[in-house]
Design a protein around this ligand. Structure first.
Ligand SMILES: *[C@@H]1O[C@H](CO)[C@@H](O)[C@H](O)[C@H]1NC(C)=O
Ligand SMILES: *[C@@H]1O[C@H](CO)[C@@H](O)[C@H](O)[C@H]1NC(C)=O
Ligand SMILES: *[C@@H]1O[C@H](CO)[C@@H](O)[C@H](O)[C@H]1NC(C)=O
Ligand SMILES: *[C@@H]1O[C@H](CO)[C@@H](O)[C@H](O)[C@H]1NC(C)=O
Length: 189
């Protein structure tokens, strides 16, 4: 993972919560932030006033901070992040839980249509939406979870597809990608 501008993409992000600042180096422009071998950084931000490159590490590994949820928010600052590959630039959130203020013990109809406070808070996207998102392409899936003291773990599976209502949303999940996981999957034995 060396510095290479073609492997970075400029997005808008708030760099809050999911990142840790790991340092800063002098730089003349934003491109230099990405192209001069920032090997440890998962995201970089160019501070034009100070001509500084601020370096960030994602708490969830370099793929973990790439949520689509901030992509359209034009009031957020510009940040350079590494591309995910596979032609994608970010993960779409389909479930998110932050506290107990939303009841997830809901009806079949609610699980089909979706509920919650939006993807920045407690959120379930809905099985019909999940089917639409996954029916045309075998997308990888990523699960992130933290324990009560905030220790973050994650795992990825090679693909994830949700069938339509006629099959009661039958799910297909590909093999776990061990090199993109901090945990082992439980076996069925
Ligand atoms: C940068 O990455 C791209 C895509 O992976 C690759 O084609 C290109 O050769 C790399 N350039 C350098 C200078 O390493
Ligand atoms: C955009 O980001 C700002 C700053 O984080 C936040 O206050 C605002 O609610 C966001 N807007 C949307 C539409 O997400
Ligand atoms: C979920 O809701 C059902 C129906 O209201 C109820 O019978 C059940 O006890 C609830 N389960 C939990 C874990 O709260
Ligand atoms: C949090 O708890 C886990 C075990 O549940 C432990 O391994 C880890 O060191 C703890 N982290 C902190 C920051 O206390």
């Amino acid at each position: 993972e060396g510095g290479n501008i073609s492997q970075w993409i400029r997005v808008r992000d708030d760099l809050l919560g999911e990142y840790t600042e790991i340092g800063a180096v002098a730089a003349s422009n934003a491109v230099a932030c990405c192209s001069s071998g920032m090997t440890a950084a998962h995201a970089v931000q160019f501070d034009e006033a100070q001509r500084l490159c601020r370096l960030f590490a994602c708490r969830g590994g370099w793929r973990g901070c790439r949520k689509c949820r901030n992509a359209a928010n034009s009031s957020l600052p510009h940040v350079w992040v590494r591309k995910l590959g596979d032609g994608r630039s970010c993960w779409r959130t389909f479930q998110h839980r932050v506290d107990a203020s939303v009841n997830f013990n809901e009806s079949w109809a609610k699980y089909a249509s979706g509920f919650g406070q939006g993807e920045n808070a407690n959120f379930w996207i809905g099985l019909d939406n999940l089917h639409l998102l996954t029916r045309d392409a075998a997308l990888p899936v990523r699960w992130e979870f933290s324990d009560w003291n905030g220790t973050l773990n994650w795992m990825e599976n090679a693909f994830f597809q949700v069938d339509s209502a006629t099959t009661k949303y039958r799910v297909s999940v590909g093999e776990q990608l061990m090199d993109r996981s901090t945990v082992k999957q439980c076996s069925n034995q």
